[in-house]
Ligand binder design. Structure first.
Ligand SMILES: Nc1ncnc2c1ncn2[C@@H]1O[C@H](COP(=O)(O)OP(=O)(O)OP(=O)(O)O)[C@@H](O)[C@H]1O
Ligand SMILES: [Mg+2]
Length: 251
């Protein structure tokens, strides 16, 4: 019998350790489709966690479950952010509690300028970074602040999506494929911003198809496969483990 190595030992241990952002045994459904099948991971304050896995592994569904958007529906498990029970909250409450989801499609609001998109995020408390600070992080947004958000390039729209999350008082940033479709030089710019944000103490969960790039940036990594965790460890361990990369990441 071919017994697969067990890379999950840390996942089960980690669930009981106190962490700043803690996802414990979550199960979520799209209608009757059981998709997130008992996912657990911990993210320590100030850390970047790479959440990886093949297409359809459940990465987006896991982030959406954490953000409490309702689809998929969380039916079991707990999600804690800085001692607050997100599993008991609706999406707007989770957002107010500091959960900042930057979705893959970026959701720039049509008909609004860059600045109006940001200001809309600041309409309700708790407000985070101000405009000056955001434009310092992303000078391109400052230059284009009067331009309609949807007319920006893909990279600039990604910057705007991240800026909008930071404009709220965010405690954990969940980024769904921020590098997708972007030229390498633009990816460099986004990555520089993520490093800058981390240096200020931000806690981040990074979902990326560009696994090598994500692993070089991340402190730790979790690998998902068919809705469950198959690895929880350091980013360096994944980079060094050819078997693991070939099996679950195809890199
Ligand atoms: N709205 C939905 N209704 C039903 N099933 C869905 C829905 N969205 C996703 N799924 C299914 O859930 C599973 C996980 O999808 P998910 O989008 O979370 O994966 P992913 O890891 O983000 O994939 P990708 O790398 O392609 O972005 C897939 O089998 C997908 O078909
Ligand atoms: Mg996805």
């Amino acid at each position: 019998m071919n017994v697969k190595p067990d890379f999950t030992r840390h996942a089960n241990q980690a669930a009981t350790a106190p962490a700043f952002f803690s996802v414990h045994d979550i199960h979520a459904y799209y209608g009757e489709s059981y998709i997130v099948q008992g996912v657990s991971f911990n993210v320590h304050e100030g850390e970047i966690l790479a959440l990886l896995g093949r297409n359809g592994a459940g990465k987006t569904s896991t982030l959406r479950t954490c953000a409490r958007v309702g689809d998929p529906e969380l039916r079991k498990g707990e999600i804690w952010l800085d001692h607050q029970p997100l599993h008991k909250m609706k999406a707007h409450e989770a957002s107010a509690a500091g959960l900042g989801l930057v979705p893959e499609d970026r959701r720039i609001i049509p008909g609004l300028t860059v600045e109006e998109n940001i200001k809309l995020a600041q309409i309700a408390p708790p407000v985070g970074w101000g405009l000056d600070r955001l434009y310092e992080l992303f000078p391109r947004l400052g230059e284009r602040r009067k331009q309609e958000g949807t007319t920006l390039s893909g990279g600039e729209q990604q910057m705007l999506a991240i800026a909008r999350a930071l404009a709220r008082d965010v405690k954990v940033l969940l980024l769904d494929e921020p590098y997708e479709g972007l030229a390498p030089v633009i990816v460099d710019k986004i990555e520089e911003a993520l490093i800058e944000i981390k240096s200020l103490g931000m806690t981040t969960v990074l979902v990326e198809q560009n696994a090598v790039r994500a692993l070089k940036l991340a402190d730790r990594a979790v690998i998902l496969d068919t809705g469950g965790i198959v690895f929880d460890g350091t980013a360096a361990e994944v980079l060094e483990n050819e078997e693991l990369r070939a099996e679950y990441l195809a890199i």
